[in-house]
Design a protein around this ligand. Structure first.
Ligand code: 5GP
Ligand code: MN
Length: 342
């Protein structure tokens, strides 16, 4: 707590002294938590008179289109010059919801070239240590909740407007799987209560995010589970894969496979679930587990050059889908043997 307070003082130091040009950057394949946190933090900083620009490496899924302020986010892949300019001209840079700078893709280089102070706001395990100031809390469910705590400490929660409450809640809701995963503390629920006081409408946000799918997305889910799911290790591990061709058949749109990887975990006995999504350059690997036994952050780091959280992590594979699956199978066998899972 003492440490947190002294960091808050340091943060005040960075923000004092008149209007500043601020850039807020978040990770590739931005999710509800990344965007929700960035937008809410941007509004907070604007409230203190700063000029703020949010940036993401590539496009966000369309189920986040409703978020207030999302139209002003620079997508580096689609407006590279503008993105580089925003980073280069920033006097202060916030990096949110990531634990590896290389998750910023084309924005990594301009970020590293900038001499502006760099502040991390995050909840991943093992954050990088090259920041001027770090608010890294792996025991909190989401970056949105870390952001909430910063707002609370800096200026009190009365400063939270309805759109900010919705954006923060979207981050909390998506990163906890709608309050199904770990880190569901009384403190978090009290924060949600405050967000309601500040104008949050929970069913509205839930519907905007989860009841906004296309028919082809729901059919692709059916196909993935019905035809592509394989269960191995005597029912203790499951995986699915989707090739570009299969996704085209279902008119795949960005974000359509979001959440698929969670379904095999609803099968009794399954301890780890993976999905392999083919893209032009590599296979995107998503991993999920339940409870304390299987740590997919370790698994992703060791076998897929990635990382994340204990129960939700990801990485990349640069070989074919078939070879990726073979690699996964032997990785699971090795990891289970190490943990004594039979
Ligand atoms: P998802 O499976 O939803 O894409 O990612 C789940 C979590 O895994 C993310 O919140 C992120 O923390 C982590 N993650 C996903 N892909 C990567 C990756 O390539 N590298 C790292 N370090 N983490 C990743
Ligand atoms: Mn997050």
């Amino acid at each position: 707590m003492v440490e947190f307070q002294s960091k808050i003082e340091a943060l005040r130091g960075y923000l004092d002294g008149g209007e500043k040009r601020v850039a807020i950057v978040t990770h590739t394949n931005p999710d509800g938590d990344a965007i929700g946190s960035a937008l809410a933090w941007a509004e907070t900083l604007r409230g203190w008179g700063h000029t703020v620009q949010c940036l993401v490496p590539n496009r966000f899924p369309s189920f986040l289109d409703w978020m207030e302020g999302i139209g002003e986010v620079i997508i580096a892949k689609e407006a590279t010059e503008e993105a580089i300019e925003a980073i280069t001209s920033a006097e202060l840079i916030f990096v949110m919801d990531l634990n590896k700078i290389d998750r910023l893709d084309s924005m990594t280089e301009p970020l590293e070239a900038s001499s502006a102070p760099r502040i991390l706001i995050d909840h991943h395990l093992m954050p990088p240590d090259d920041f001027s100031l770090q608010f890294s809390y792996p025991d909190l469910c989401s970056t949105a909740f870390v952001t909430y705590k910063l707002i609370e400490a800096m200026c009190g929660t009365k400063a939270i407007t309805r759109p900010m409450a919705e954006n923060l809640y979207a981050g909390i809701m998506t990163d906890t799987g709608n309050f199904a995963f770990s880190f569901l503390t009384p403190d978090l629920m009290r924060a949600v209560a405050v967000l309601i006081e500040q104008g949050l409408d929970i069913p509205k946000v839930y519907t905007a995010v989860y009841n906004s799918y296309s028919a082809s997305r729901v059919k692709l889910l059916g196909y993935s589970l019905g035809r592509k799911m394989e269960i191995i290790e005597e029912g203790k591990a499951a995986y699915m894969s989707l090739t570009e061709r299969e996704m085209r058949r279902y008119n795949f749109q960005l974000g359509d496979s979001e959440g698929f990887v969670n379904y095999p975990l609803t099968i009794v006995g399954v301890k780890i679930s993976a999905i392999f999504i083919e893209t032009r350059k590599f296979i995107r690997v998503s991993l999920r587990s339940r409870g304390d036994e299987v740590d997919v952050n370790i698994f992703a780091r060791r076998y897929f050059g990635g990382g994340g959280h204990k129960n939700a992590a990801g990485g990349k594979s640069f070989v074919s889908v078939e070879k990726t699956i073979d690699h996964f199978k032997s990785a699971v066998a090795e990891y289970f043997a190490e943990l004594g899972i039979k």
